[in-house]
Ligand binder design. Structure first.
Ligand SMILES: NC(=O)c1ccc[n+]([C@@H]2O[C@H](COP(=O)([O-])OP(=O)(O)OC[C@H]3O[C@@H](n4cnc5c(N)ncnc54)[C@H](OP(=O)(O)O)[C@@H]3O)[C@@H](O)[C@H]2O)c1
Length: 275
């Protein structure tokens, strides 16, 4: 999902883009990565690849580790060897969700669950392999072609389906198109280390996101069934509140992204044009 948005944005602004699927380049294969970098010599690398099935990771920890830890490490090392900028994407799930407010880059991670632990290990491994790496933590990402709950909710509501929306889990929604632009902008700076990137605002719950969708898209709020995080009994633990804020972005000279409600409206209007 995020890669699609990044590819479209970079091509639109005139970049030559190599867009690689897992079949074309398995980022966990260090030889394949080194060979590819040696022959194509990109100026910058935006790593949007990951094992993103949060519940599936609990029963496939090795697959998750390969994609989320070994992959970023390989890409960071090979980027360093050819002097390419390296930007990799991490997650709000590196936090345990217990502080009740916004997490900034200076807060200490405490990942829980295989997905979160492997993503955090990937941050550490990438920074170690290439200290110039830019690690972008984001959360609650939705976008065109996405298959996650936030990305498909409007379609389900449009079909008149009832949906269960969690009322007691909070995050900062992020439109993939906005995040993709920021990844590209960060690649052009000389900053390094961790940056939190989300759309602006106070964040919301899944239910709040769904209600806003209904308001903006004209869907029936009566289709929403509020549920509690605990009701769903999913295999992986998730942070109750993983809102991200940034204290470091200001130093980059890059302004804040648009607020999440306007971003959601932009997403919906683009989706409706595609129908
Ligand atoms: N979605 C969210 O809400 C969210 C929140 C916070 C952070 N993130 C992070 O944002 C990034 C982008 O997420 P997304 O939602 O766009 O993910 P996505 O739609 O699930 O795409 C992930 C892609 O990575 C590929 N991949 C997996 N293992 C690979 C490997 N070993 N080598 C090469 N490619 C591999 C997958 O290919 P296959 O489909 O062929 O396996 C898939 O195309 C990820 O780093 C994710 O952890 C996402």
């Amino acid at each position: 999902m995020l890669a699609r948005a990044a590819i479209a944005h970079c091509r639109e602004i005139g970049d030559e883009v190599f867009a690689l699927t897992r079949q074309e380049l398995n980022i966990a294969d260090s030889n394949a990565v080194a060979d590819w970098f040696g022959s194509e010599r990109p100026d910058a690398v935006l790593n949007c690849a990951a094992y993103t099935d949060v519940d599936g990771a609990e029963s496939n920890p090795e697959l998750a580790r390969l994609a989320n830890e070994v992959g970023p490490e390989n890409l960071a090392r090979s980027s360093k060897s050819i002097g390419a900028r390296f930007v990799t994407v991490s997650t709000d799930y590196v936090f345990d969700g217990e502080n009740g407010g916004f997490y900034t880059e200076s807060d200490s991670p405490n990942p829980r669950g295989v997905y979160a632990i492997t993503k955090y290990d990937g941050e550490v491994a990438a920074s170690r392999a290439n200290p110039d790496s830019v690690i972008v933590r984001s959360g609650w990402i939705y976008g065109h072609g996405g298959t996650n709950f936030l990305s498909v909710m409007h379609r389900l509501l449009g079909e008149g389906k009832r949906i269960k929306a969690i009322a007691d889990a909070y995050g900062t929604p992020t439109f993939a198109n906005d995040l993709a632009k920021r990844l590209r902008e960060l690649a052009q700076t000389s900053v390094s280390g961790i940056f939190h990137v989300t759309n602006q605002g106070e964040g919301t719950s899944y239910l709040g996101f769904a209600e806003k969708l209904c308001e903006v898209g004209g869907y029936d709020k009566g289709l929403l069934e509020p549920v509690s995080n605990d009701d769903l009994k999913r295999p992986a633990p998730r942070p109750v509140s993983s809102k991200l804020g940034s204290v470091r972005m200001i130093a980059t000279g890059l302004g804040p992204l648009s607020d999440w409600e306007s971003a959601l409206a932009a997403f919906l209007s683009e989706e409706k044009k595609k129908q």
